[in-house]
Design a protein around this ligand. Structure first.
Ligand code: GAR
Length: 232
């Protein structure tokens, strides 16, 4: 990394002095692996993380193709991004399902039919069921807007503000049965400033999410390609 950018690495930790943010652990380059990994992305909201995965692929930082975007919310903006970048997408609306299991099984079938190798929950506001978790052990990851294990569950950014912590951040982790509690892959720490509100803080946390999620995908993909089992 370039000192002029006010970014530097030390002891495998990356410091961003402009944003006063810190990412750990971070290799300066995204790991290289072959052949390209087939991703399934699950989203419920704006899809900004989904878009940054696409950009990382386009910039050759991530050797991947997105086989499918699955959304559970027919009105979510992630769909517009799929259309913009010509990525196949499907709406599997949980409201059309009788049970959580039925929804999970529809999602799982779609992913398996397309031979998806790695599932990325990028703003997926659903709890992953056991079927999905067990079929995709070490191949199902989630991004969460806090420094886990702090502030699990919904509205993590507001939780951090309410608790008056001075540092929060975001985490990419493997998914396991207990919500927001699988092994951590990458985290970014983001200071909370005195004049922050939920919107300003969300913006800065998401800037870091857009960096760490593609990196985490590359790390996990490399583990898949080398047969390394990283999850506890
Ligand atoms: C992200 O900030 C992500 O961390 C969060 O939803 C947002 C989605 O943004 N996920 C969770 O809160 C999951 N518990 P996006 O749709 O713009 O990528």
């Amino acid at each position: 990394m370039n000192q002029d950018n006010k970014k530097y690495m030390e002891n495998n930790i990356s410091y961003d002095l402009n944003e006063h943010c810190l990412i750990s652990p971070l290799d300066s380059e995204s790991p290289l692996f072959e052949p390209k990994i087939r991703l399934g992305v699950l989203a419920s909201g704006n899809g900004s993380n989904f878009e940054y995965i696409i950009k990382s692929i386009q910039n050759n930082q991530l050797n991947a193709e997105i086989s499918i975007l699955i959304v559970n919310n027919p009105h979510c903006l992630a769909i517009k991004k799929a259309i913009k970048y010509n990525i196949p997408y499907v709406i599997i609306n949980h409201r059309d399902c009788q049970s959580r299991l039925e929804h999970d099984m529809l999602v799982l079938k779609k992913l398996e039919d397309l031979s998806v190798e790695l599932i990325v929950m990028a703003g997926w506001m659903r709890i992953a069921g056991e079927e999905l978790i067990n079929r995709y052990i070490n191949r199902l990851i989630n991004i969460h807007p806090s420094l886990l294990p702090s502030f699990k569950g919904i509205d993590a950014i507001q939780q951090a503000i309410d608790e008056r912590v001075t540092i929060t951040g975001c985490t990419v982790h493997y998914v396991q049965k207990e919500v927001d509690s699988g092994s951590i892959i990458i985290q970014a720490a983001v200071p909370i400033q005195e004049n922050d509100n939920k919107d300003t803080l969300t913006k800065r946390i998401q800037q870091m999410e857009h960096i760490i999620l593609p990196l985490a995908i590359a790390k996990v993909a490399m583990n898949i390609r080398t047969g390394f089992r990283g999850n506890k």
